[in-house]
Design a protein around this ligand. Structure first.
Ligand code: C2E
Ligand code: CA
Ligand code: CA
Ligand code: CA
Length: 277
């Protein structure tokens, strides 16, 4: 038993070591990746459930890693959160999004909007207001065309400061989307205090949408209505989910049923084709 215990410890140590090595590799590669422009934004349409017309795109980052090929965000965003590199990475991604948006706005597509996912860590420092202001100035972005997606957890920890920061960027027209709504703290008490504009219903709730009762989605929709927030349903994969959400009064949706995230060129063709139908 003793030797079994020892080998378990060795096994554990090896597993730990290789995990730490993996993290250290990514940390190192991330630094190079930002410098070498290895990140590309894909764009997934957010559309009205009634028409359907595209109203905005969510930008989702992809990493063209020199050795590992195209790496999805789940494999490096959490690590960047741990190492603190998420701040630099997010600012780099915001710049990419602003640059792309400016290009689209020049191509007589003035109504296009883009949302960018950012870590809640930015909502702990007033500096973030200047970062966003500078981007709007530098790229001459249309009012409200660059918006932000954020999860609720970090906001609640620092409600006062987060509120100040959101109020600081609101004059630019920046809308705040509360991402993955329903999966986090859901301490509903803070919701009416936060100057947010849109709730994104997490895919896990949309997955449960069958013909059965859907008390959670119903509750979120009526909550949003009474707080006068818009709602986006995430991860719509079937026509049935679409129809049910529409019937329940959800205005906006997003999901593979309409389109997966696409490279910028393709996203633009999609927008033009969809909205001139
Ligand atoms: P998220 O913000 O909740 O993004 C939604 C994820 O669901 C995206 O995965 C999207 O491709 C996927 N998705 C959309 N519709 C469907 C659907 O109908 N079915 C299924 N199965 N999936 C769908 P992705 O692009 O892999 O991103 C994963 C997560 O990584 C994001 O979750 C977000 O938390 C994070 N992330 C992505 N891009 C960025 C970024 O630029 N900055 C930061 N900080 N985080 C990012
Ligand atoms: Ca998101
Ligand atoms: Ca989400
Ligand atoms: Ca998520």
């Amino acid at each position: 038993a003793k030797s079994a215990g020892r080998s378990q410890i060795r096994y554990f140590n090896n597993a730990m070591r290789s995990k730490l090595k993996h993290q250290a590799d990514i940390e190192n590669d991330l630094q190079h990746g930002i410098k070498n422009q290895e990140f590309e934004l894909f764009f997934q349409p957010i559309f009205t459930l009634n028409a359907p017309k595209v109203v905005s795109f969510e930008s989702l980052v992809r990493w063209h890693h020199p050795r590992n090929g195209l790496v999805p965000p789940d494999q490096f965003i959490p690590i960047a959160e741990n190492t603190g590199q998420i701040i630099e990475l997010d600012l780099h991604i915001l710049e990419l999004a602003a640059k792309q948006l400016a290009q689209w706005q020049k191509q007589s597509l003035p109504s296009v909007k883009v949302t960018v996912n950012v870590s809640s860590r930015h909502f702990a420092s007033l500096e973030f207001i200047d970062h966003i202001r500078t981007l709007y100035d530098k790229y001459d972005l249309n009012k409200g065309s660059l918006c932000l997606e954020i999860t609720e957890s970090g906001l609640i920890e620092n409600l006062g400061l987060a509120t100040k920061i959101i109020e600081g960027i609101t004059p630019l027209g920046v809308q705040l989307y509360l991402d993955d709504f329903g999966t986090g703290y859901s301490a509903l008490g803070y919701l009416h205090q936060l100057p947010i504009h849109v709730l994104k219903i997490d895919k896990s709730f949309v997955d449960q949408l069958t013909t059965k009762e859907t008390p959670l989605i119903d509750a979120i929709l009526s909550l949003a209505k009474s707080l006068q927030l818009e709602v986006v349903a995430e991860g719509i994969e079937t026509p049935k989910q679409w129809a049910l959400l529409k019937r329940k009064g959800c205005q906006l949706g997003q999901g593979y049923l309409v389109s997966k995230p696409m490279p910028s060129q393709q996203a633009m063709s999609f927008l033009v084709a969809q909205n001139t139908k």
